[in-house]
Write a protein that binds this ligand. Structure first.
Ligand code: UT7
Length: 325
């Protein structure tokens, strides 16, 4: 059976120049490098310059992804930006990215699913491609979380960073079985009952302010490993594959202990997990494409391999994609 598959034909990423180490944060709040490393694995994070906005980060990541795909911006017919830290309330950051890339055709919109945003955006793009409505799609995760942190709250400000990552998805024909390249399965979930465990205490129609990130970390942690292991199980089952057949897991990078816990639950060896949290901290929707770009460029991820992307975030939202690279 002939089917349309969404194949990743290019990846790119961008991190702002400024690095803030745990030692730098020790000067701001009552914390230590030792506590942060032991509890999260994070050693440093990148922080956007004052004159940088989210679309600036997104555009550089997108240009790098286009270059690696060998495509011109004019060949893109859909741009989806996953972000919770847009330049403006409207227009969408995606249309700003579209303008900055000089694209005047097709469509562009944002997706908001916090740390699961990239999985939501990738799933949406895959459905547009499978429906025949787009051929080349730019899927971007871009965030400047440093602007919504309460820099006096040690329980959250040590955890996040800024950055952007992008992929180009291209429509290609496949046979319909799991030897095809491209996205073979994707699942997204949400459960709004948990919205009070990870949220921003402001908004356009409530306080009229941007607000600050608030999190009950321990509670989020408990749900994370369970939900992530379960949704990875779902995409494996969709493809009739077992966890031994996974070559790489590229998870959302929130906490090294969550990454280790999920791998253990799935019985996947820790060497198969791409980890960047020590260098980037949690960059929300940007963390998966940032980690993916690193592992593709350094030659770890190679064509034919089975790659799983997974994330969980505020909402709660969570999801996973299974791809053959
Ligand atoms: O991306 C979206 C998904 N987000 C996540 O997945 C985050 C999930 N949660 C976590 O990663 C962890 O729960 C945290 C890293 C946020 C916290 O780790 P924890 O092991 O759950 O610590 P805790 O919140 O139970 O805090 C332990 C202690 C507390 O002190 P007491 O009450 O035991 O005296 C905190 O006040 O550590 C204290 N603490 C800190 N100490 C030094 C909290 N933050 C800090 C800090 N430095 N930065």
């Amino acid at each position: 059976m002939n089917v349309i598959r969404s194949v990743v034909t290019g990846t790119g990423s961008y991190l702002p120049e400024k690095i803030l180490t745990n030692y730098d944060i020790e000067q701001k709040v009552d914390t230590t490098d030792e506590w942060i490393v032991e509890r999260t694995g994070i050693k440093q994070r990148h922080i956007a310059a004052q004159d940088e906005v989210t679309s600036d980060l997104a555009v550089i990541a997108a240009e790098r992804a286009l270059l690696s795909a060998g495509l011109d911006a004019s060949e893109i017919d859909l741009i989806i930006v996953a972000t919770s830290t847009p330049d403006q309330t409207f227009p969408s950051t995606a249309t700003t990215v579209q303008r900055k890339l000089g694209i005047t055709r097709g469509a562009a919109f944002d997706v908001q699913a916090v740390c699961s945003g990239f999985i939501y955006a990738l799933t949406t793009a895959d459905n547009f491609i499978k429906a025949g409505q787009a051929k080349n799609v730019l899927v971007i995760g871009a965030e400047i979380f440093s602007r919504i942190l309460d820099w006096e709250d040690r329980t959250t400000c040590v955890l996040f960073g800024d950055g952007a990552g992008a992929v180009v998805l291209t429509a290609m024909s496949g046979t319909g079985n799991v030897s095809d390249r491209g996205i073979l399965a994707s699942r997204i979930h949400s459960d709004g009952r948990y919205s009070n465990l990870l949220y921003v205490d402001g908004g356009v129609s409530s306080t009229g302010t941007v607000g600050h990130l608030r999190m009950k970390g321990k509670e989020v942690f408990k749900h994370a490993v369970l939900n992530l292991a379960s949704v990875v199980g779902e995409v494996l089952e969709d493809c009739n594959l077992s966890s031994e057949q996974i070559d790489w897991i590229v998870p959302h990078q929130a906490n090294k202990r969550i990454l280790d816990g999920t791998a253990r639950k799935l019985k996947v060896s820790p060497e198969k997990v791409v980890i960047t949290v020590q260098k980037h901290a949690n960059t929300s929707a940007a963390s998966i494409p940032l980690a993916l770009d690193e592992a593709v460029r350094d030659g770890r991820i190679t064509p034919g391999q089975v790659v799983i992307l997974e994330a969980m975030g505020g909402g709660f939202t969570w999801g996973a994609c299974l791809l053959r690279w």
